[in-house]
Design a protein around this ligand. Structure first.
Ligand SMILES: [Fe+2]
Length: 131
């Protein structure tokens, strides 16, 4: 049985290799979180969540660098979405630390939904602006 929560396909491509590769890496980390959850390796969850957070911050800074370089017109709105994500994710991490078994599925689902929707709806908008 497959344990992949998200499978990357060309449909997720935003036309920039560096960003596509970072999205693939993020998808890989979310799949890893899900796998570890299914395998009940509970003590590994917190480390992976931290890894996802660090990598996401790094990834956002890469995207935002491209926005600046290309004078992307929707830069502000897009950065606001990143900030919104960080706030929400931090809140879930605080709750996770209190009751990990209750929160783990909520965090995993949140990450899955947010990332796939964000790539397909928001990141796709910069496709024609960035190079
Ligand atoms: Fe983004």
């Amino acid at each position: 049985m497959a344990k992949e929560l998200i499978i990357w396909s060309e449909g997720y491509s935003v036309g920039i290799n560096e960003i596509d590769n970072q999205h693939k890496k993020l998808i890989g980390l979310i799949n890893k979180l899900y796998r570890v959850y299914l395998d009940k390796n509970t003590d590994e969850l917190s480390g992976i969540i931290d890894e996802i957070k660090d990598y996401t911050l790094y990834h956002f800074s890469t995207e935002e660098k491209y926005f600046r370089l290309n004078k992307y017109p929707a830069e502000k709105e897009h950065i606001a979405l990143h900030e919104e994500f960080i706030t929400e994710f931090n809140q879930l991490i605080i709750e996770f630390k209190k009751t990990p078994t209750v929160l783990i599925l909520k965090i995993t689902t949140f990450l899955q939904r947010w990332l796939t929707k964000h790539i397909l709806k928001e990141d796709k908008k910069y496709l024609t602006y960035l190079k």
